[in-house]
Design a protein around this ligand. Structure first.
Ligand SMILES: Cc1ncc(COP(=O)(O)O)c(C=O)c1O
Length: 395
């Protein structure tokens, strides 16, 4: 594949278009002039099928209340079955305005106000917010860092849950930011511990499509152990990462157990949650239907960007520990071979002039790590890598 050509034809300038990633640098980093590699969305235009369907809808010119069409269900269910082997029915699915919002909803719907909720840092920082902003007790069980490869110690996990009497575990699968695609065995280990202690699992599977090795596939929590944990599962996903449609604010809540679904429905009724987003249904449905070829190319570009970074660091900054990219499109690197962990955030922003998510956003003890979004034009990855290497040499 000609990656330069692909980027030329598919990547667009986003600055000045009301984009969180490019236009919030002043507010978030105090500096508008950084190269942004933080927010998990892409500079790549969404699949043609999605754009065409939305254009057609705009031509139609009415934007009254939408509904989820049979076409949508068919396309979404087809994607889930084909890519992940998960079979869904309408009864299992509800719609929401984002996975993060659904984390809050799950915490509120299923736990008591004084409950403890467990997460495994380093992990996507809104997980902390969903626990703390709902007034629940935050319980952390840090992953183990084995020279850049992250794993969960099940004994520690068991002890943490037992001691905190936690009632919910929020799982990130695949795990942002440590690039792990949990194996079925690992998931089964986690779920057995949860089962033993009566802990409900909320499985955030938004990155499910981003895996890079057929030998190491994503396994949905719904399929673990032949589906035997479905009765303790709230599964969240969306095509928003897959097709770069996050701004459409459209996602899925999947619940197999009837009682759990009744509780969810009652909670949603109690807060008068909004109807589904019209463009979410139109755009994401069309992406599930016609976006597969586009998606293959995007994954190839992500691999290309990762390989470029890996080779450049191996050659010119060998003390950077770059985590293997099993899943997600977010690279994760440890710069503590070059400086004290507490200096890394400043180094990346002030010296390298990059806007990145840094380790301490994901874990209280995460200083020293940097997350770089790979789903972008290769020219930005090259710039970032070059700035990191040059500035490390000047230390
Ligand atoms: C693990 C994870 N969950 C959820 C989200 C955001 O989901 P949404 O935009 O649907 O709220 C992200 C975005 O980066 C993510 O990485």
């Amino acid at each position: 594949m000609d990656f330069e050509k692909f980027c030329r034809e598919n990547c667009v300038e986003r600055k000045g278009t009301g984009t969180l990633k490019w236009d919030s640098l002043q507010e978030v980093f105090g500096d508008a002039d950084l190269l942004p590699l933080w927010v998990a969305d892409m500079e790549i235009q969404s699949p043609p099928s999605a754009r065409e369907a939305m254009q057609k809808r705009i031509e139609h010119g009415t934007f009254g209340y939408g509904k989820v069409t049979d076409d949508y269900y068919e396309a979404f269910f087809g994607w889930q079955k084909k890519h992940h082997g998960v079979e869904l029915t309408k009864e299992n699915v509800r719609f929401a305005t984002g996975v993060v919002g659904s984390l809050y909803a799950a915490v509120r719907a299923y736990t008591q106000p004084d409950a403890s909720v467990v997460i495994c840092p380093p992990v996507y920082y809104p997980f902390y917010d969903a626990i703390l902003n709902t007034g629940r007790k935050l319980v952390t069980c840090e992953l183990d860092d084995n020279d850049g490869y992250f794993t969960l110690d099940l004994d520690k996990f068991d002890k943490t849950i037992a001691e905190s009497k936690a009632s919910m575990f929020i799982l990130c699968s695949p795990h942002n930011p440590v690039c792990r695609v949990w194996t079925e065995k690992e998931l089964e280990g986690m779920f057995e511990v949860c089962r033993k202690h009566g802990v409900l699992v909320v499985s955030d599977e938004i990155h499910q499509d981003f895996t890079y090795n057929k030998e190491h596939p994503f396994v949905s929590s719904a399929l673990v152990g032949g589906g035997k944990y479905k009765d303790m599962l709230i599964l969240l996903n969306s095509g928003s990462k897959t097709f770069n449609l996050a701004g459409l604010i459209h996602s899925h809540v999947i619940i197999f157990d009837q009682k759990l679904m009744e509780t969810y429905d009652a909670y949603i009724k109690s807060i008068g949650s909004p109807e589904v987003n019209l463009m979410g249904v139109v755009g994401m449905g069309a992406a599930f239907r016609g976006g597969e070829e586009w998606f293959k190319n995007v994954k190839a570009l992500i691999c290309h960007n990762y390989d470029y970074m890996k080779q450049a660091f191996a050659k010119d900054a060998p003390k950077i520990v770059l985590t293997p990219l099993e899943g997600t499109y977010l690279s994760w690197m440890d710069l503590r071979g070059y400086m004290d962990g507490k200096e890394v955030a400043d180094f990346i922003q002030k010296k390298c002039r990059l806007a990145c998510d840094v380790g301490e956003w994901f874990s209280f003890t995460g200083h020293g790590f940097v997350r770089i979004n790979l789903a972008t034009d290769t020219k930005y990855i090259k710039t970032a890598v070059e700035r990191i290497i040059t500035n490390l040499k000047e230390l």
